[in-house]
Design a protein around this ligand. Structure first.
Ligand code: 17E
Ligand code: FE2
Length: 421
């Protein structure tokens, strides 16, 4: 009889369209060897999943690992704004060491993995003269590669043209092997510099064959219109699906006539959007009195138009957000509320934004998903379906990475001692 490395019995396999099928899954040599309702084989390790839900892993489309776990250092963000966060981080980043960044990033990645995240795109600030954070994250990417896929974005927090050396620091970061080129056009000193920065990023991406992920229009200013510049560059270069617009919160403040036109242009591209609902519901609207706006991009409309939207935590305990756990179901649940995505198909869509749609943003292509021949990366949720997983922030019972059980969590079992209701 065939003997496998690992056999998962009695799972219920979740498909992208929401259908669920009873399965056994066999793993051999780090890859999925067989999926069928019953596999009559032996294995070195067998797990009885007792009908729990088997899903592809969560994808964290947007986080800043270099600043994670620094909340309060050197001080708390009192105004709660993006801009005070940038000031605090500017102070903190003067005394980064390799060890400091690496230990915080590794701890964060471990927390994420234990909650079912096996693919992470992290921005790293490269507007710091010694590029300590960049070096640390490049080393971390290598150190975790047997259990976590980490993509690194060169992110010029202080603007590509905001300081004399910043442009050459970006070039140095590209030479050292970042996966993705970032930017922050709304924080460049002038609108012209912002436009120029977007063009520069597209040139670099073409020249060095990298993906693009730009912090774009992360402000409540309805005149912040760099998404249209990204759209034009995507149309003219044909890089569309390799491009991500992160945050785009100003899109939530544009007048409807302009937003309608822009949505039409966007549909001709295949740009990916990343929304960070936990962070932008707290950072945005800070200069409003009442009514106070929600600071999110138009997720529902983008999704309705068939654009690819995925989600990020953005921050875990840092100068911009003093909370956060790494749990992607928290992120999806916040979007359900703030984006008013409360219809049943909308709630299911929010689950897909932290799984399959994240994989699309990160260009994971063939390596993502549960099918014979693919790397055996999957999670087992104590949930009946997507809706149930999201509603209860279901615990991740098992995390399987590259064919090995990487982590497990006991499901809480509360006891009732009161009268029978
Ligand atoms: N930097 C930035 O420009 N925007 C953010 N949301 C964070 C850092 C977290
Ligand atoms: Fe960000």
């Amino acid at each position: 009889m065939t003997s496998y490395d690992l056999l998962l019995r009695n799972g219920r396999l979740l498909h992208r369209n929401g259908t669920i099928a009873p399965v056994d899954i066999a793993v051999q040599g780090g890859a999925i060897a067989e999926i069928s309702p019953h596999i009559p084989a032996l294995a070195q390790q067998e797990l009885d999943l007792q009908g729990q839900l088997v899903s592809p892993p969560f994808v964290e489309s947007h986080i800043h690992l270099d600043s994670a776990l620094t909340a309060g250092q050197p001080r708390w963000n009192q105004s709660g704004t993006l801009f005070e966060g940038i000031e605090i981080w500017r102070e903190r980043k003067q005394n980064l060491s390799l060890e400091d960044v690496k230990s915080r990033a590794l701890e964060t990645l471990k927390q994420q993995a234990m909650q079912g995240v096996l693919f992470v795109r992290s921005h790293v600030d490269v507007s710091e003269a010694k590029l300590v954070a960049l070096q640390a994250l490049l080393e971390v990417r290598e150190a975790v590669k047997n259990w976590m896929t980490l993509q690194i974005v060169a992110f010029p927090q202080d603007g590509i043209y905001g300081g004399d050396k910043n442009e050459s620091l970006m070039e140095e970061a590209i030479a050292r092997g970042v996966d993705v080129i970032g930017g922050i056009p709304h924080y460049e000193l002038t609108r012209e510099d912002g436009v120029k920065s977007v063009h520069r990023i597209f040139e670099w991406a073409e020249q060095h064959d990298r993906l693009i992920d730009i912090h774009c229009d992360e402000i409540d200013d309805d005149h912040s219109r760099f998404l249209e510049v990204m759209t034009a560059c995507a149309l003219r270069t044909d890089l569309g699906s390799r491009v991500t617009a992160s945050h785009t919160t100003a899109f939530g403040s544009y007048n409807n006539a302009y937003a309608y036109k822009l949505l039409g242009f966007l549909q001709r591209t295949q740009i990916n959007f990343v929304c960070n609902p936990l962070i932008n519901i707290t950072l945005q609207g800070r200069t409003d009195t009442y009514p106070k706006r929600r600071g999110l991009t138009r997720v529902k409309e983008l999704w309705q138009q068939g654009m690819n939207v995925s989600l990020g935590h953005d921050c875990i305990l840092d100068p911009w957000y003093s909370l956060g756990t790494g749990n992607m179901l928290d992120v999806a649940a916040m979007l359900v509320h703030v984006g008013q995505m409360t219809g049943s198909a909308e709630i299911d869509a929010c689950y897909n934004m932290v799984t399959w749609q994240g994989a699309k943003t990160l260009h994971l292509e063939e390596q993502y998903g549960i099918a014979v021949g693919k790397p055996a990366n999957l999670i087992v949720l104590d949930a009946s379906d997507r809706f149930d997983a999201l509603r209860r922030r279901a615990p991740v019972r098992y995390v399987v990475s590259r064919g090995k059980v990487l982590a497990s969590t006991e499901v809480p079992s509360p006891q009732w001692y009161g009268e029978q209701p």
